[in-house]
Design a protein around this ligand. Structure first.
Ligand code: SAH
Length: 221
């Protein structure tokens, strides 16, 4: 019984990796994903679906993002391994784990304390030591550790938040879904001395960024 389930999971894992490597050109990202056990980051009830290329519920109305989108967003950051990265929206901690393999240090902020605690526990159990997870306060991001070489926002914003551009170092990259509540564009902003350069990388759909920089009527709880 257990072996059948494990076989099915590793078969799904190989199939997912094959799909991701068609779309993602950065081999460092693909190799890092290949070593990530996504089943460790999802609740027991959805463990058998851990390698489906889809978002899955992680409780508190939130989701672990679709693996291909995680890969696309990570590729969009153009990481060289030396960066301190800020992640907004720790959620399950899966994206955090991927960043930990591809950057020097990861600061991750999550507004739901129970999710932050759970993700921090999983990351620590699996030995990801170059990450710190914080429960978000009033402001957006984590200015105390700025500037960052890269910032990733795994929740959708109506526009690129000024507060995050301020926390980005010169030459830094910001990847963020920007658009309406139902559909967004994945955007990469590069901060240059001449200003912020914007690249549109394709459509995506994320749960909303809450608190500051949210849509009217969704200013958090
Ligand atoms: N990368 C995560 C995505 C989780 S969904 C994963 O794949 O597991 C997005 C997360 O962003 C949710 O957990 C939500 O609570 C969190 N979030 C939303 N607004 C936020 C904010 N202003 N600051 C920090 N986290 C926020």
């Amino acid at each position: 019984m257990v072996n059948v389930a494990a076989d099915r999971l590793s078969q799904a894992r190989r199939a997912l990796l094959a799909d991701i490597s068609v779309e993602i050109k950065d081999t460092r990202v693909v190799e890092a994903i290949a070593r990530l056990p996504r089943e460790e980051f999802v609740p027991e009830e959805v463990r058998q679906s851990a390698y489906e290329n889809m978002p899955l519920p992680i409780g508190y109305g939130q989701t672990i993002s679709q693996p291909l989108i995680v890969a696309m967003m990570t590729e969009a950051l153009l990481l060289n391994g030396s960066e301190k990265v800020l992640e907004i929206g720790t959620g399950s901690g899966y994206q955090t784990a991927l960043l930990s393999k591809l950057a020097n240090h990861v600061v991750s902020v999550e507004r739901i304390p129970a999710l932050a605690e759970r993700a921090a526990a999983v990351l620590s159990r699996l030995g990801y030591s170059n990450v710190e997870v914080h429960s978000g306060g009033d402001g957006l991001g984590w200015p105390q550790a700025a500037p960052y070489g890269a910032i990733i926002v795994t929740a959708a914003a109506p526009e690129v938040p000024r507060e995050l551009l301020d926390q980005l170092g010169s030459g830094g990259r910001l990847a963020i879904p920007v658009g309406s509540r139902d559909l967004q564009e994945l955007v990469r902003i590069v901060k240059t001395p001449e200003g912020a350069l914007r690249h549109n990388l394709g459509p995506c759909r994320f749960v909303p960024l809450l608190g500051r920089s949210a849509w009217p009527g969704h200013s958090g709880d």
